[in-house]
Design a protein around this ligand. Structure first.
Ligand code: SF4
Length: 191
C-alpha cells in the first residue's frame, strides 16, 4: 500500500494534479472491515493530505463515535478522486475513471466486508453512474461479495440538518451488519 500511496502522491494522470497542494490517499486501519468512500478532498484535506478534516470531518467523527467506531481501529477512509477539484466542484468523468484504478487497488488491499458510500459521487463512481442517492440511500447493495451502504455525505448534513435522521438510521444499519458479519459483541450505547 505504501508503494501505491507514493504513486498517488506523484500522480499526474489527470489534470487535477495541476491544482492540488497534496494528494489525499486515504487514512485508517488497513485491516479494517469497514471502508468509507467519499467524493474527493476539499480545502482542508488538500492542505493537510489527510481525509475528512474541517467541519465535515468533525461530523463524521461524531457519527462514528456514536456507533463506537474509531478512525484508527474500525475504518479505512478514502475518496473516488485523490486530488481536490478546483473550487470543490464535483470531479468529471475522466478524472473519476482514471483515479478509480487506485481505489480498486485500495479496496482489494483492505478487503472490507462493509463499504459505506458517502454521497452521490461515491455512489455513482463505484456502483452505477445512473444511481440516485436519494433513491438508494439506506438500502444494502451487494457488490463484489461486499455489503455496500450508500448514505448522504456529511457536508450535505451541514447544509440540510433534516438529513441527520436518515443518515443516523443508515449508520445504525451498518452497526447491525457489523455485528452480523464481523463482531457480534460490538458494543454501542446508542444503537
Ligand atoms: S485525481 Fe487521481 S488520477 Fe488525477 S492526478 Fe490525482 S491521483 Fe492522479
Amino acid at each position: 500500500m505504501e508503494q501505491l500511496k507514493q504513486e498517488v502522491e506523484s500522480c499526474t494522470k489527470c489534470p487535477l494534479h495541476k491544482t492540488r497542494t497534496k494528494a489525499v490517499f486515504g487514512n485508517g486501519n488497513l485491516d479494517a472491515e469497514i471502508m468509507i468512500i467519499a467524493e474527493g478532498p476539499g480545502y482542508y484535506e488538500d492542505q493537510s493530505g489527510t481525509v475528512f478534516q474541517g467541519k465535515s470531518g468533525e461530523l463524521l467523527d461524531k457519527v462514528l463515535a456514536a456507533c463506537c467506531f474509531s478512525r484508527d481501529e474500525h475504518v479505512y477512509i478514502s475518496n473516488i478522486v485523490k486530488c481536490r477539484p478546483p473550487n470543490n466542484r464535483a470531479p468529471i468523468e475522466i478524472e473519476k475513471e482514471v483515479c478509480l484504478t487506485y481505489l480498486y487497488q485500495q479496496i482489494e488491499r483492505v478487503d472490507p466486508k462493509i463499504i459505506i458510500l458517502l454521497g452521490a459521487t461515491a455512489l455513482k463512481g463505484l456502483i452505477d453512474p445512473n444511481a440516485k442517492i436519494t433513491q438508494v440511500r439506506g438500502q444494502w447493495i451487494k457488490w463484489k461479495d461486499r455489503m455496500v451502504m450508500p448514505t448522504y455525505h456529511p457536508s450535505a448534513l451541514l447544509r440540510n440538518p433534516t438529513l441527520k435522521r436518515p443518515v443516523w438510521e443508515d449508520f445504525k444499519a451498518v452497526v447491525a451488519k457489523y455485528r452480523e458479519l464481523v463482531n457480534a459483541a460490538h458494543y454501542s450505547a446508542h444503537c
